[in-house]
Design a protein around this ligand. Sequence first.
Ligand SMILES: *Cc1c(COP(=O)(O)O)cnc(C)c1O
Length: 348
Amino acid sequence: MNIVDLRSDTVTQPTPEMRIAMAAAPVGDDVYGEDPTVNRLQEMAAARLGKEAGLFVPSGTMGNLVAVLAHCNRGDEVIMGTLAHTFLFEGGGISALGGVFPHTIPNQPDGTLSLEAIQSAIRPDDAHHPISRLVILENTQNRCGGVILSAEYTRQVGDLAHRKNLLLHIDGARIFNAAVGLGVDVKELVEPAESVTFCLSKGLCAPVGSVLVGSRDFIHKAHRIRKQLGGGMRQAGIIAAAGIYALENMIERLGEDHRRAKLLAKGLTGVEGLKVEIENPPSNMVFVQVSDEIKLPTAQIANKMAELGVKIGVTGSKRFRMVTHFWIEDEGIEHTVAAFKQVLADAV
Ligand SMILES: *Cc1c(COP(=O)(O)O)cnc(C)c1O
């Protein structure tokens, strides 16, 4: 049985061409700064995002953590959404390891943080308060449905932060999905930010890795922190080569994943017992809710879908997430819609 794995775009395996590039990569000891492939990836990433320098890190979680530790001192505060990945899914690392305080404000349904809410979250200069140091935006915003923050909105947040002497970090795990979805140059989306992380290991199909970009001084500091965290890798060119291949070949095609997400949302809109949260999803994610008349527990629906060869993500009671990616074809989308119909027809 061909498995349709829609749990996440992290399940993507490297393509055959990517494996060839990995095998052929010249390597060296990157802790000595001597891996030419890592150096090339870092330069390419920085150039692509319009920043001075880049740092290859093992994961997006480490990229965000390194960024926060480089920007903040102990006791400082970071403003982010209640649905931010850094708040929900990074093990509380910024607090556990950096003594940095998250100040969360609600994500609106479109993924944004309202400018008013950001403004009122920023603390006055008073010894009673922590020092507000950083704002984190997430683009695409995962938990809000893979929604895309515009360049204009990001600019407004950057202006507000900078006016108040705060910095802006963008958790751009899927920033290329955002750029392709909007049809804009990724540089425009991240221009106001001091730092950005993006993932190579999601829709871009590399097996491992993220890149953190920012100014030369910032990356110099971040490099030291990566070492402290145990993220200095040796002949990492083997995996960086997949990242280079991804930047060169896997970005423009993300539009296909977006097209298939729309196809999936459209197909599922016709399934009784399901409510599609965003009928015309902007990137590669489809979130659905199970209506109350379906008595079958959420986990069991997922199990029955898996028996039919479709893996889906359970993201709450009566809520599923499906993510399209390189290894999902149109037939997989059709099969998923058919499987949902079959499972839910038996479940009323
Ligand atoms: C996946 C993801 C990350 C980083 O995840 P890793 O698994 O550590 O690479 C960060 N932010 C967002 C929004 C993500 O979706």
